[in-house]
Design a protein. Structure first.
Length: 243
């Protein structure tokens, strides 16, 4: 933890105004008055962290088919995606999103040209109980599993951030009081506070099995460990210290 001390005394001085009358009338003098408002500025930084188990698992798949005919390649992909979304719809806990679709032709130098059609899908659930078995089924059907990722829902992340923010504020107050005491001063007020946040997800180990072949009789679902996610709140403040 780094603490920066910046001393910037500020003062306000009222100028003396003197006026006189020449002649028989006595001279009138307005006495100079001085007002000094001096503070020591203290710039400090604090961090609060909190962590919790993630509450969302996402799986990203790609359906792909190659054929000498573009229409046939697309028809295969369309059928794969239709079956996958129908299977996911049977479980209310799983949410599906059908995303990018692409079709392109490849012309090898010494082979016949062919077409490739592909589409990306994502499936998400609150845990792996329902999603991981579905992922295994999709792999067996020829889908390519491109990734598994644990994360925090927006609601849970916001709750964790508020907790982390409170911890950072408590740390700021302790720092300000301790440094003010060391300098023989006291905390007048916090002049400015800025907040930033960042989530630090742990790497999510996962075991992926290649798509099962037609002769495979036993399939295995992929595995993924739901490690705690860390939410961090960074606060920077300018504190005014007074004698």
């Amino acid at each position: 933890m780094t603490t920066y001390l910046l001393f910037r005394p500020a003062s306000l001085l009222a100028l003396a105004l003197t006026c006189g009358v020449v002649g028989m009338a006595p001279a009138t003098v307005a006495h100079a008055q001085t007002s000094v408002d001096s503070f020591t500025r203290l710039d400090i930084h604090a961090t609060g962290t909190t962590q919790a188990a993630p509450d969302r698992l996402s799986a990203r798949f790609r359906a792909e088919s190659q054929n000498k005919n573009a229409a046939s390649a697309q028809a295969d992909v369309n059928a794969m995606v239709k079956k996958a979304t129908d299977d996911a719809a049977r479980n209310a806990d799983v949410k599906a999103a059908v995303l990018q679709y692409s079709v392109y032709e490849t012309r090898p130098d010494k082979a016949r040209p062919y077409w490739t059609a592909s589409q990306t899908l994502t499936f998400s659930a609150a845990d792996g109980t329902t999603l991981l078995p579905l992922a295994g089924q999709l792999q067996a059907q020829g889908f390519i599993l491109e990734g598994l990722e644990w994360s925090l829902s927006d609601e849970k992340r916001q709750t964790l951030f508020l907790e982390a923010e409170k911890k950072a504020v408590d740390d700021l107050k302790k720092q300000a009081d301790a440094l003010a005491t060391s300098l023989g001063l006291h905390v007048a007020r916090f002049a400015q506070v800025s907040v930033s946040d960042q989530t630090y997800p742990h790497p999510m180990p996962m075991m992926l099995r290649a798509a099962a072949g037609p002769g495979d009789s036993v399939g295995y679902s992929p595995s993924s460990t739901a490690e705690d996610q860390i939410v961090r709140a960074d606060l920077r403040a300018t504190v005014l210290l007074a004698p």
